[in-house]
Ligand binder design. Sequence first.
Ligand SMILES: Cc1cc2nc3c(=O)[nH]c(=O)nc-3n(C[C@H](O)[C@H](O)[C@H](O)COP(=O)(O)OP(=O)(O)OC[C@H]3O[C@@H](n4cnc5c(N)ncnc54)[C@H](O)[C@@H]3O)c2cc1C
Length: 318
Amino acid sequence: MTSNRYDVIIVGGGPAGLCAAMYAGRGMLSTLLIERGMPGGELLNTELIEDYPGFESILGRELAVKMTDHARKFGASFLTDNVEGVKRLPDGDFEVKTDMGKTFTAPSVIVTAGGTPSKLGVGGEKEYAGKGVSYCAVCDGAFFKGETIAVVGGGDAAVEEAQYLTKYATKVYVIHRRDEFRASAILQQRLFANPKIEVIWNKTVEEVEGGERGVTGLRLKDTVTSQVTTLPVTGVFIFIGFKPNTGVIKEHVKHDESGYVFTDTSMMTSIPGLFAAGDLRHQLTRQITTAVGDATTAAIAVEKYLAEKKETAGVGAS
Ligand SMILES: Cc1cc2nc3c(=O)[nH]c(=O)nc-3n(C[C@H](O)[C@H](O)[C@H](O)COP(=O)(O)OP(=O)(O)OC[C@H]3O[C@@H](n4cnc5c(N)ncnc54)[C@H](O)[C@@H]3O)c2cc1C
């Protein structure tokens, strides 16, 4: 398609966006996927994936290339640009504007912009990401069987995931900068009852230390005494927040208290024609499988939505 009008525009090229593009393309919809970086999303920050059906073990970047090629095969167009905003026009269509000054329109948009885990911003964190530093317990916990690891944070996610990680690790330290958790009482109760977990209060991580084989320890600073100590661990899971990337949606869309977008069972948001899939959606868990599941539903729902819209327009015209 040479014009700036498409049947569906997909914002974001992570697993959800790539899967939606594959289905939409295969469903013969003219499809534009706009991704600000390399397609793949969080797959590009993931070393090894062991929980995507059909692949007992695959590198994140390898899966990203496979998903991208698959979407391209069915005719989806790709654009490398940052989406600045998605706005609903008075006629119900959407206008999608990019940072490079391009404007596209479509009767439906699927937003799959994912989210961003908050970072500690300390030395070693970036260097050892995927080599002991993780932001996802379900994804990476199994790599730490029989090891001593740390969890950083004090909210529900940190406390819940620390508990989960004791399935694999023999010892889990929970490092929190204050002397009490924000997490709910029931989660705290379970955590304190778990003999594999030890809480380290009033400490911040100053540096992630490591070597050729990955993380070897954490340099901690006491928030009360300023004393610096080293904690030997082979992994550190950071749960200090996760922000859904919903800033592109210019209209008010219904969302939960953390900003995750509410959808119905067809992945439609509170705005007709605007769909959401993947990590930015309000849901129990955030995995590659759930992202592609959402995206499958969204793309098929878009097909139905467009067909119904056409039918209604046809009835109105006769
Ligand atoms: C370190 C790590 C390891 C993980 N390991 C696993 C694992 O082993 N197994 C598993 O199942 N899950 C794993 N996950 C979770 C999994 O990666 C996510 O659930 C999945 O990637 C979500 O897909 P998504 O498409 O919704 O979002 P994302 O993968 O976050 O993709 C969103 C995309 O949207 C793009 N984007 C955002 N805003 C804009 C904009 N304004 N304009 C254009 N593009 C935009 C981003 O650049 C990004 O490419 C891991 C996550 C992390 C962080």
